[in-house]
Design a protein around this ligand. Structure first.
Ligand SMILES: C[S@@+](CC[C@H](N)C(=O)[O-])C[C@H]1O[C@@H](n2cnc3c(N)ncnc32)[C@H](O)[C@@H]1O
Length: 270
């Protein structure tokens, strides 16, 4: 059922990874000041991640599963700052290799990375204290993902994620450019997420609207690209730069039109 989407995601993240990692690191280290950039490929800061971890009751004894761990920034950051055990899972073989080298360079022995599509991963039930996602669950339909997360969590365990949310209806063109082109399922509204969390069995839902911060990030994303335009073109070539810039502008436009936002959700399996 998900194999076509999985193929597209592999193509997106595996094929372009070499260039996009270098470009991403340059831009994000300008967007996020001080220690807020920890290698995340998501529109949230290190402080947001730590706050989400606290809400999700993650501590040094927790075992957490990071679904769509990407190049491993958030997984390694949580493993090193909190000391919890982290299992990251990602469909991209390049990102898993990159995550492993990140963990090695940080001398972490409490983090591991699995290469698999979440739809095919045969993970053990009632196992994880918390299952998290940052900017990755846009690829995964929550209608199917949340029941799996519920099954894999221990009783009392938490689901915690930060993701784009639909604030107002999007046009077909916006859906195409913001979702279809990025192998994302249609962006869910805040109400959709609440309903899906409750219907999958979660309770005690905590919610934070991060849309203002998201708009600032998107604004700085455009400014940073323009500031180091020549350097980025040297890394990626003109065509890559221009395509990337167009997409960034498109997302910023939707956010500034009040159609797109970003939010944090935490829920509990009782
Ligand atoms: C934008 S990146 C976010 C990475 C990371 N969470 C972060 O904040 O840096 C989204 C990640 O989701 C992964 N992904 C998408 N679909 C997946 C699937 N079906 N199974 C596992 N990983 C998937 C992609 O390969 C990609 O690395």
């Amino acid at each position: 059922m998900f194999s076509k989407l999985d193929d597209k995601i592999r193509m997106l993240y595996d094929d372009k990874m070499g260039i996009s990692t270098k470009v991403h690191d340059r831009i994000f280290s300008l967007i996020f000041k001080n220690d807020e950039y920890i290698g995340q490929y998501s529109d949230n800061s290190a402080t947001d991640l730590l706050r989400m971890a606290k809400k999700a009751e993650i501590n040094k004894n927790s075992h957490i599963l990071d679904i769509g761990s990407g190049p491993g920034g958030p997984s390694c950051f949580l493993a090193s700052t909190i000391g919890c055990k982290v299992t990251g899972i990602d469909i991209s073989s390049n990102y898993v290799a990159y995550s492993n080298s990140r963990a090695k360079s940080m001398s972490l022995n409490n983090v591991e990375f699995i290469e698999a599509s979440i739809w095919e991963a045969n993970l053990p039930s009632n196992t994880y204290d918390s299952i998290i996602g940052t900017g990755a669950w846009c690829h995964l339909d929550p209608k199917y993902l949340f029941p799996l997360v519920y099954k894999w969590l221990k009783p009392g365990g938490t689901i915690a994620f930060m993701e784009r949310v639909k604030i107002k209806e999007l046009t077909d063109d916006e859906i195409y450019k913001l979702c279809t082109e990025w192998a994302c399922t249609e962006i869910k509204s805040i109400t959709d997420y609440f309903n899906l969390l409750y219907s999958s069995g979660f309770s005690d839902i905590y919610f934070e609207n991060l849309s203002i911060e998201y708009k600032n990030i998107l604004q700085r994303c455009i400014e940073s690209r323009l500031k180091i335009k020549n350097e980025l073109i040297n890394i990626s070539g003109k065509e890559f730069f221009e395509n990337d810039f167009k997409l960034a502008e498109y997302e910023k436009k939707a956010a500034f039109a009040g159609k797109l936002g970003y939010a944090m959700f935490v829920g509990k399996k009782i």
